[in-house]
Write a protein that binds this ligand. Sequence first.
Ligand code: BJW
Length: 228
Amino acid sequence: MEKIVILTGAGISAESGLGTFRGAGGLWENHRVEDVATPEAFARDPALVTTFYNQRRAGAASAKPNAAHAALARLQAEYDGEVVIVTQNVDGLHEAAGATVLHMHGQLDQALCAGCGHRWPAPMEMAVGEVCPACKGPHGRPDIVWFGEMPYDMDEIFGHLVSCGLFAAIGTSGQVYPAAGFVQEADAAGAHTVELNLDPSSVVSQFAETRFGPATQTVPAWVAGLLS
Ligand code: BJW
């Protein structure tokens, strides 16, 4: 059976009550992106950034996976072939639904030492200058991939993209690279490509197939079709 690669974005967690980044009511309507999502911003105002992620961590901890997360976990369990789920999301809702995923933009529940690179489970309330348990330096930061930083697992992800038969992007606006370029990579390798989204993404014209609607409706229906 052909390998399936699925990229998810903030839209898949929207119906679990977690905010998306762009558009009306987006996470960054109250925070300028350059104030919170770059290493320079963290160096300039660590208290602002630490508080922002402490609030996000608390919100994510009380959120529950929805029918779209559950459908992807079902696909991974029941499909007679490999299903690779790559998420840009920093919440843990895919895992809470029972799936195994690659977190290319990091995880809210992890801390990263900016000094030695050690990663460890983040406390619910991270402090400014959180002490690293490995090197004992006060260099702890949220384990989040900010603009200008290299996303995680890129070699593994590109390896999957060039060897898959089906690529799907779910609930992502296609405005942030390298994730927005995955469709081009999979298409060039000969995969069928499908976008499932509420609104068309910036790269919608590169997909062979589109399905529009809320993820809790489109994703279970799409998965049911693949498993039938
Ligand atoms: C629903 C729904 C429902 C709503 N059902 N759907 C110029 C050109 C090209 C690239 C660059 C450039 N200048 C700089 C760059 C690189 C830069 C970049 O892309 N910048 C752009 C702004 C242009 N990228 C980077 O710096 C990245 N690193 C990098 O490139 O390293 C070098 C490299 C080179 C080569 C290979 C590999 C690497 C790092 C990017 C890090 C992004 N980090 C963030 C912040 C994380 C922190 C945090 O969580 O606070 O990650 S940015 C933010 O955007 C977050 C998200 O993961 C990411 C994507 O957002 P997403 O998920 O698409 O959400 P939204 O809100 O944009 O869209 C929501 C979607 O859901 C919409 O489509 C809705 O329709 C839909 N929706 N409700 C279904 N119910």
